[in-house]
Design a protein around this ligand. Structure first.
Ligand code: SF4
Length: 288
């Protein structure tokens, strides 16, 4: 594992484009307002650019590269990414502060991988907390733990994916095994910081929807003290157009989105495995 983490460091240093030491500036993909899917209430979501993983189903391929890149739609050129300062990002977030307070919402950092720019992310979160804004991150948790420790003190909600419990399968579909990720979840769960853990499982038919995998996710989550819920997310192909714009091939074009009924059935299955856990699907908790 040490080698993998070292490899990750090298990858980030080589590909980030901005050093981890450059705490005032970072690479942002875009900022979206009024989201209702990225944490409680109405939220502003700041998508950071750059991710060390390569999930075959990634719906935001434009978030993966650590550099600004151009997409092409006919004769139109679309620029993905921009460098912003912490101050510029927070100023944008604060514009909607009135909505956060009326909806119990806040700000969510998403990606790409937030933890690939740990100092930039920590400073945005810290400024939000200083302004009384509820904070969340959406992360793969594929990072050195020292990066994770930088953001935990400023977090209210941690949304972390478990994409596959089988390490070989994880490597095949995501580009790395899952050891670092699962270790990081266990370590963060034991931290003294006060935040809630939301485990998300993107359901990709024929890849990670077998009962064995869902059973293992439920059993893993049973041992987490800070767990708020497991949420099943429905696979969709909304990003396929962006792959075209980037001149990239989308490899899962033959996999269909699961039906709502199927998603509900899987959620009920998990709830039966671990009745004490809240299992959410389509925004609602299931009962058995
Ligand atoms: S971790 Fe997220 S951003 Fe990174 S490749 Fe996977 S789905 Fe895309």
């Amino acid at each position: 594992m040490t080698n993998e983490i070292k490899g990750l460091d090298n990858f980030m240093n080589d590909n980030l484009g901005i050093s981890n030491k450059a705490i005032d500036k970072g690479m942002v993909l875009r900022i979206e307002k009024s989201s209702i899917h990225d944490g409680p209430g109405l939220r502003t979501v700041v998508f950071l650019k750059g991710c060390p993983l390569n999930c075959k189903w990634c719906s935001t391929p434009e978030s993966q590269s650590f550099q600004v890149e151009n997409g092409h739609s006919g004769s139109k050129v679309i620029k993905y990414g921009m460098e912003m300062t912490v101050e510029e990002v927070v100023k944008e977030i604060m514009k909607d502060s009135v909505f956060y307070f009326h909806s119990d919402g806040g700000m969510t950092l998403s990606g790409g991988e937030v933890l690939s720019q740990p100092d930039f992310a920590a400073n945005i979160l810290k400024e939000c907390k200083r302004n009384g804004i509820n904070t969340a991150i959406e992360t793969s948790f594929y990072s050195n733990y020292e990066n994770i420790e930088k953001v935990l003190p400023y977090l209210d909600h941690l949304f972390v994916d478990i994409k596959h419990m089988n390490s070989e399968e994880h490597k095949k579909w995501v580009g790395s095994d899952n050891n670092i990720i699962l270790d990081n979840i266990k370590r963060a769960d034991k931290s003294d910081c006060n935040f809630k853990i939301h485990v998300r499982v993107p359901i990709i038919p024929s890849i990670n929807d077998e009962e064995n995998n869902l059973t293992e996710v439920a059993l893993f989550c049973k041992n987490l003290f800070k767990l708020e819920e497991i949420e099943l997310l429905k696979y969709h192909r909304l990003g396929t157009d962006t792959y075209k714009k980037l001149g990239r091939n989308y490899e899962l074009k033959n996999i269909e989105s699961p039906t709502n009924e199927y998603m509900y059935k899987l959620a009920v299955y998990m709830k039966k495995i671990a009745p004490e856990i809240n299992v959410k699907v389509d925004g609602k908790y299931v009962n058995v």
